[in-house]
Design a protein around this ligand. Structure first.
Ligand code: B12
Ligand code: SF4
Length: 637
């Protein structure tokens, strides 16, 4: 089931409203002097292909955006802790400037929910009188907000509130809580008063618990679907968030200071950037169009150019990844961004000439952009991730036939952009076919031949908030346990077969491993050393304006080294892929054997909230799945 859409015309926050909320908060920030710790949940058991580098080296944009919002509102005493880098962090022991913070914020995706819950549980060990206000946000609670409230009265732990929206919703929440906060009062106590007086019900995008005992939730109140900020230029500057990052460490407590600016690029060399959000397609396994309420939001080219410049100048970040769902979704907007960035490069702006960035788009839209790819490459686009899924179109049709995919590959490569295919394996796809190109290996072979340096294959898995989600569970497709081992959230990344009708699902698991091995292997590595696929136009282009003044000999040396690097990139990716594959094998091989031995138990319904949910006026909760208990059910019991 998809998230419901707000009434037509009421999907967006009024233009200028985020900026106005920021000004209002800035005015009262000094008076409150809040200390906040924001933690990003991360489960280290998920480290394998295809995300094994990106998972640790890209500072997640979600926590960074929330940190930026707080800092922009004047709450600079904020620290961002990434479990990626601080796996032993213990919220119960955190101190900022020697004190327990006023607020503890957690961000999580569904995959990392075990760590998210463990952090909340640990924070709940702090005495209620001193406990920070616990707020959870991010994709986990956007789709499954009940997950951060314990349903077991014998094991009480809970967030105070789940934010099912973006930074604007957090800012509105703070405004309301601070408006009732007395001098010296804790944020949690002010929150409880605001909650009990119904003040939070005016802010769509929150789920909070009501209960008679500490951390025991009798019911959850869902204030509805958020309004989205339409003009992304209103968002706070990401440069602020980077300045709040906790140093990587093995310790349980926080360091005295955040990472100095000159070391940010060492730990997070790739910067994620919000450029556009939303997608016009509606693939049944994807929650993105509904989350965005069918809106397409974007930053202006000028704003993006400014962010790149500031991040480069401040932290020396040279590689970026756009958090786009489909960057080419709207031709005019894409061209507006590309023209602005390319004009900065043409004018000799060092940051814009130096940086490279990658993002996601569909095969269909790449072909639509054919004439503009040279401009887009000049703007710095260096690699494009494309959801080719199953090119035979058996799984989904969004304009990605085998021929069109190959055409898109060749257009991108001719223009100096690396295409990166993202494939989706499913029950109806064989491993190998003789007569057509529908087999997984047939397609891997085709994509490698067409010039893919890297690729990903994931098994089609249920994604919360997608059209297929409830049906996948209700129809018994999704597994509950395999060989007495529960299907836990951390194995829901598509690397494990956790939903299938196949008689021999272990074959699917081996198919994925085989596909990776077919792509990343010593033979391909050796071939890549001699017949490199990374030698595409502009791969060895000089991006350094300073080289113009340097002596001829050093220019020549630099040119040769750039050429060698461009040539060896393909072999380098093969090597990296083989290394990543050892991690994938280590993690998923045991699962394949479990699938072989069985027994497999299946779900008969979706994973609904165990705690009754309702809207503020007693209506059905917007985020509840069919079958969720409502407060009246409980009374009837
Ligand atoms: C970039 C990206 C990645 C990168 C992440 C790199 C990195 N370290 O940042 C890579 C490629 C590694 C990746 C991998 C995966 N990803 Co991914 N990814 C994205 C993508 C496209 C952008 C994420 C982003 O930066 N968004 C921009 C930020 C600003 O948005 P945000 O994180 O949602 O944060 C906002 C709100 O959620 C909220 N918020 C967030 N945290 C908090 C905290 C508090 C306290 C509050 C109040 C608010 C709040 O405010 C933020 C500002 O607006 C999103 C889709 C999307 N457009 O968001 C998917 C997405 C996050 N990925 C998703 C998934 C499922 C995965 C994978 C499991 C692969 C898969 N099967 O698809 C793997 C997991 C890998 C791993 N081991 O962690 C899902 C998560 C779904 C869910 N229910 O949890 C998403 C949402 C796509 C989708 N299906 O809708 N991904
Ligand atoms: S094209 Fe991609 S982002 Fe758009 S709906 Fe399909 S899977 Fe989701």
């Amino acid at each position: 089931m998809e998230l419901p859409r707000r009434d037509s015309g009421d999907e967006l926050v009024k233009p200028g409203e985020l900026a106005a909320a920021r000004v209002r908060l800035q005015k009262i920030a000094k008076q409150h002097d809040l200390k906040t710790v924001i933690a990003c949940a991360f489960d280290h058991r998920t480290r394998m292909l295809p995300f094994i580098y990106a998972d640790m080296r890209i500072v997640p944009a979600g926590v960074r955006a929330i940190g930026s919002a707080l800092a922009a509102c004047g709450f600079e005493k904020t620290r961002i802790v990434l479990q990626q880098w601080n796996r032993n962090f213990r919220p119960s022991q955190m101190r900022l400037d020697g004190e327990i913070p006023d607020m503890f914020l957690v961000s999580s995706v569904q995959l990392h929910s075990a760590q998210c819950k463990a952090m909340i549980r640990d924070a709940c060990l702090i005495d209620p009188a001193d406990r920070p206000l616990i707020i959870v946000g991010g994709p986990l609670v956007i789709y499954e907000p009940w997950e951060v409230f314990s349903a077991d009265p014998d094991q009480p732990w809970a967030a105070d509130v789940a934010v099912t929206g973006e930074e604007y919703i957090l800012m509105r929440l703070l405004e309301v809580v601070l408006s009732v906060r007395a001098a010296g009062e804790s944020m949690r106590s002010a929150f409880i008063r605001a909650r009990d007086s119904g003040m939070l019900d005016e802010i769509p995008g929150l789920v909070y618990a009501k209960g008679s005992r500490d951390c025991v939730s009798d019911e959850l109140v869902d204030t509805g679907i958020q309004r989205l900020v339409g003009d992304l230029d209103e968002l706070p500057d990401p440069v602020l968030g980077y300045s709040l990052l906790e140093q990587p460490s093995k310790g349980a407590v926080l360091g005295a200071k955040a990472i100095p600016a000159d070391r940010i690029a060492k730990y997070g060399p790739v910067g994620s950037l919000v450029l556009t959000l939303g997608c016009k397609f509606s693939c049944p396994y994807c929650p993105i169009p509904a989350y965005n309420q069918r809106q397409y939001r974007a930053k202006s080219g000028e704003r993006i150019a400014e962010e790149i410049k500031t991040l480069y100048d401040t932290y020396r970040i040279r590689m970026f990844f756009g958090a786009d769902d489909n960057f080419f979704n709207d031709k005019d907007r894409t061209l507006g961004i590309a023209e602005t960035l390319a004009s900065k490069v043409d004018a000799g702006s060092r940051p814009h000439a130096k940086v490279r960035w990658g993002t996601e788009a569909t095969v269909h839209d790449v072909i639509q952009m054919e004439d503009h790819l040279p401009l887009i490459r000049r703007a710095g686009l260096w690699a494009l991730w494309m959801g080719v899924e199953d090119m035979s179109g058996t799984l989904v049709k969004k304009g990605q036939t085998a021929d069109k995919t190959l055409e898109a590959f060749s257009l991108l490569r001719e223009n100096g952009i690396f295409p990166v295919p993202m494939m989706m394996h499913h029950d109806s796809q064989p491993l190998l076919t003789r007569k057509d190109r529908s087999g997984l290996l047939n397609q891997v072979r085709l994509l490698r031949k067409a010039g893919a340096l890297y690729m990903q294959v994931l098994m089609l898995s249920p994604s919360p908030g997608s059209k297929l989600f409830v049906e996948t569970y209700a129809s018994g497709l999704a597994y509950k346990s395999v060989g007495a081992r529960q299907v836990e959230p951390y194995i829901g990344d598509g690397n494990y077969v956790i939903a299938s009708r196949a008689d021999k699902p272990w074959r699917k698991q081996f198919n994925i491993l085989t596909a990776y091995f077919y792509f990343f292997n010593p033979v391909n590595f050796l071939i890549a050393l001699f017949c490199s696929k990374s030698n595409i136009p502009l791969a060895s282009a000089d991006t350094s304006p300073v080289s113009e003044g340097s002596p001829k000999r050093s220019k020549l040396r630099r040119r040769i080294s750039r050429k060698i690097a461009a040539h060896l990139a393909d072999a380098g990716m093969q090597f990296f892929g083989m290394w990543g594959l050892t991690h994938t094998v280590r993690h998923t091989l045991g699962w394949a054997f479990r699938l072989m031995r069985g027994p497999i138990q299946r779900h008969s319904g979706p994973p609904v909230s165990k705690i009754p949910m309702r809207g503020p006026g007693g209506e059905t909760a917007s985020h509840a799945l069919p079958g969720s208990p409502e407060p009246s059910d409980r009374q009837a019991d």
